[in-house]
Design a protein around this ligand. Structure first.
Ligand code: FE
Ligand code: CA
Length: 526
């Protein structure tokens, strides 16, 4: 059953002037026609620029139902941006149409605002309560040098593997300018999960995926809706802007360009990839530049925080060469780590090369998979398997990136990464065969919000990684996130972990604090 009266919606859709010129505080709303909150997925903001940002919502009164409980109609949605939390000083407002073509999502590219200040935003729909209020900060004006920017680093949020307490803690972090999300916002797998999740009373809770493995556009939409209805995830989006990227699980585990890991015909996999990309766009606070097309979408982009920080957001999935074969008998993979292998593709690699300069105090390469080499050994000390999904599987591409950094004397490159479900801090050596030699960049790899369950603070595997990888400063296999406090003189990273996620109420602990100065890629204990 539709959750609101069809005729009302038709009238609304036909009469867009309905909201025009009406003061939301003097206006008497009609009795709610939505029987359920249309803003059950909350609101979000993203990609701050000096004069604005993106604000997002999706009308979804029943998140787990087909079409999230919405009828196949276009519905007008009013949006407001204010200088204060109580919306006494609304500075921008307008109307957008939530269309069934885009799962009733709304993306508003708000401009004309002041730099370096907080704003509050919300959405309103005929017949429903106002949305929750989100907070967002504009970026500093171009050419200025701000004293400080504070970023969060998080991602990998497998819903069946843990509660989102890390998101709740991150939502309470003071003064965040933005959160970089390194992807795995959803996981594509089906209902079965080996993780036992308990509720606050210690009883086994059902936090499994609500559907089988996802392939179609409606499947992906349903998966996003299930994840986005989580209150802790909503709280994080309401607290700060997100700078979104994607990794593999937004589509399929370990995909690479037109290849999945099962050897599916590329023309078939591309249909799935298009569905996944459309659903990603529909649910993410990203700009029109990220609008999906059948042949893909352009996710890589730059964001500037004055002259303090230039952020290069990379797409390490869409253009990479196929994965190296893990085993000799494997078929659907690349045989050789040849010199022409690519992680970014030709166009993106050239784009990154053009942008990696000394114009800002810091260059942040915000991306998905570990850049640092990872040496693995068998118990007998012989070489272990290569981490083929990370930059280790693309050594020629990594060497080109390192060469660009070294040749330009860029000492201020920080790489922020995810994917591995561990906190891993270290440096990217200038040479793969000299791990304890000079470094080209520092790398902060953030763990997961929930993927991997509780995890452990220490293990034999961790000890072995640290022994064979002298360029690693820290490795920890618990859940959590990182924060970066960035000033012209130093980059401070706080590495934060939770004691549990398979039961709610996990306690947050700062494992370590590192400081980097922009004149040398070297980690200091902070
Ligand atoms: Fe992940
Ligand atoms: Ca991943």
């Amino acid at each position: 059953m539709p959750t609101f009266d069809r005729r009302t919606v038709l009238m609304s859709a036909g009469g867009l002037a309905l909201f025009a010129g009406l003061d939301p505080f003097t206006r008497a709303w009609a009795a709610p026609k939505f029987s359920y909150d249309p803003f059950a997925l909350g609101v979000a903001s993203g990609d701050p620029w000096p004069d604005g940002f993106i604000i997002w919502t999706r009308l979804a009164p029943k998140p787990l139902e087909l079409h999230a409980g919405m009828p196949a109609l276009a519905v007008p949605v009013r949006w407001e941006v204010a200088e204060d939390e109580r919306f006494a000083r609304i500075v921008r407002a307008g109307e957008e149409i939530a269309r069934p073509e885009l799962a009733h999502s709304v993306h508003v590219e708000v401009g004309g605002l002041q730099p370096s200040r907080p704003y509050w935003y919300r959405f309103l729909v005929e017949g429903g309560e106002a949305s929750p209020v989100g907070r967002v900060r504009t970026a500093p004006a171009g050419g200025t040098l701000p004293n400080r920017v504070r970023l969060g680093l998080a991602g990998c949020q497998s819903y069946p593997q843990g509660w989102y307490d890390a998101w709740r803690h991150l939502s309470e972090e003071p003064n965040l300018d933005a959160v970089f999300h390194y992807g795995d916002y959803i996981y594509e797998n089906g209902r079965t999960s080996s993780y036992v999740i308990k509720d606050a009373a210690g009883q086994v809770a059902d936090r499994t995926h609500a559907s089988d493995e996802i392939y179609s556009l409606d499947d992906y939409r349903g998966r996003y809706a299930q994840y986005k209805a989580d209150p802790d995830l909503k709280a994080a989006h309401h607290a700060a802007a997100f700078i979104m990227s994607f990794d593999d699980h937004e589509v399929d585990n370990n995909w690479a360009s037109v290849f999945d890991q099962d050897g599916t015909a590329p023309e078939l996999f591309l249909l799935r990839r298009f569905a996944a990309m459309q659903a990603w766009y529909e649910h993410m606070p990203v700009r029109k530049a990220q609008f999906p097309r059948p042949d893909g979408l352009t996710m890589y982009r730059r964001l500037d925080y004055g002259r303090l920080l230039r952020m290069h957001v990379l797409d390490t999935r869409s253009y990479r060469s196929d994965q190296l074969c893990d085993r000799p008998e494997e078929q659907a993979c690349r045989r050789e780590a040849g010199p022409d292998s690519t992680m970014l593709g030709t166009a993106q690699e050239a784009w990154l090369g053009e942008g990696l300069r000394n114009d800002a105090c810091w260059n942040l390469i915000a991306q998905q998979v570990r850049t640092m080499p990872l040496v693995r050994r068998q118990p007998d000390g012989s070489p272990g398997p290569i981490a083929t999904d990370s930059w280790d599987g693309y050594p020629a591409a990594r060497a080109r990136l390192v060469r660009t950094i070294v040749e330009r004397n860029l000492t201020n490159v920080v790489i922020a990464t995810g994917d591995a479900h561990i906190h891993n801090v270290g440096v990217v050596p200038a040479r793969d065969d000299e791990l304890d030699g000079p470094a080209a960049a520092t790398e902060f790899l953030g763990t997961s919000i929930s993927s991997g369950g509780d995890g452990v603070a220490d293990s034999a595997a961790r000890q072995a990684y640290l022994r064979y990888n002298p360029h690693f400063a820290l490795m920890n296999q618990q859940r959590g996130y990182q924060t970066f406090d960035i000033t012209p003189a130093e980059w401070r990273a706080d590495i934060k972990a939770l004691d549990q996620v398979q039961s709610p109420g996990g306690q947050l602990n700062t494992l370590a604090r590192y400081v980097v100065s922009p004149d040398k890629p070297k980690l200091h204990i902070g």
